[in-house]
Design a protein around this ligand. Structure first.
Ligand SMILES: NC(=O)c1ccc[n+]([C@@H]2O[C@H](COP(=O)([O-])OP(=O)(O)OC[C@H]3O[C@@H](n4cnc5c(N)ncnc54)[C@H](O)[C@@H]3O)[C@@H](O)[C@H]2O)c1
Length: 259
């Protein structure tokens, strides 16, 4: 039976936890008994997440890091281990899409930056944390991809990176299954985070058109993704690895033509 505190005694590291989905995930994990490392490049956002977690009496630590840089990732993991002794759960949530556009419009520097921020970061974090998980007997890695990884809706480098995150998930699952490390991936549809809403509100009618594409008639909340991450992080998903979970309000299921 699942305990009410589904992550009691676990240590979790969430990247990009200074806002949006990462923040909601860090908060939900803490409420469920985990001690949480809040990692973000943005110190203000990261500290705010820790403050919110602290308000409910739970344990969290902010560590500033650019997870697309190997030196930052190594320092982040070393500090996390110094503080908490091990890492049971890694959520690779941080990503970037700044400047990304069509294949003819995207420049090489933007392509490199987006791939580094959204795919290389997952490689670097997984590599560093898997070493620690092997030492401590296993763990669960939850990668945050996107419907963009399986469904062509624009953003060239970001979509390629997110498809890569799904492939990496399967590689890790296959390679480390017998050594107690599970790895799964979540593909969110449009989620109403501050950063995504800022983009959609800047384009006339964009949000209405997006909502109209969703069979459920609305976009998602950060908590919708966090709840799926909680299941994948917890022992309730003990026999689940290498799996992809759509949290997309039916966007990729198809559409009802009414005949
Ligand atoms: N919001 C959506 O509609 C949506 C849809 C599908 C997938 N996703 C995915 O969900 C995840 C979170 O999205 P969000 O909307 O919450 O974004 P967000 O912009 O609200 O949060 C991302 C956080 O990651 C941090 N970050 C970015 N690059 C970093 C780096 N190199 N190192 C450390 N921290 C870094 C940012 O500072 C920010 O706090 C991303 O992987 C995104 O691709 C979001």
């Amino acid at each position: 039976m699942a305990s009410a505190m589904r992550l009691e005694g676990k240590i979790a590291l969430v990247t990009g936890a200074g806002s949006g989905i990462g923040r909601a995930t860090a908060q939900l994990f803490a409420v469920n008994g985990a001690a949480v490392v809040v990692a973000d490049i943005n110190a203000e956002g990261g500290r705010e997440t820790v403050r919110r977690i602290g308000d409910t009496g739970d344990r969290a630590l902010f560590l500033q890091a650019d997870v697309s840089r190997a030196a930052d990732v190594e320092a982040l993991v070393i500090r996390s281990i110094e503080e908490f002794g091990r890492i049971d759960i890694l959520v690779n949530n941080a990503a970037s899409w700044k400047g990304d556009t069509t294949i003819t419009g995207v420049s090489e520097p933007v392509w490199d930056a987006v791939i580094d921020g959204s795919l290389k970061s997952v490689f670097l974090m997984s590599k560093a944390v898997i070493g620690e998980m092997l030492r401590s007997g296993g763990g669960s890695i939850v990668n945050i991809s996107s419907v963009n990884g399986i469904y062509g809706v624009g953003l060239t480098a970001y979509s390629a990176a997110k498809g890569g995150v799904q492939a990496l998930t399967r590689v890790v699952a296959a390679e480390y299954g017998t050594r107690g490390i599970r790895c799964n991936v979540i593909l969110p549809g449009t989620i109403g985070t501050d950063s995504s809403l800022a983009v959609w509100h800047s384009k006339p009618d964009a949000l209405d058109q997006i909502i109209a594409a969703y069979p459920m008639g609305h976009i998602g909340r950060p908590e919708d993704v966090a709840c799926c991450a909680l299941f994948l992080a917890s022992d309730e998903s003990a026999f689940v690895t290498g799996s992809s979970y759509l949290v997309d309000g039916g966007l990729t299921a198809g559409r009802n033509f009414g005949f």
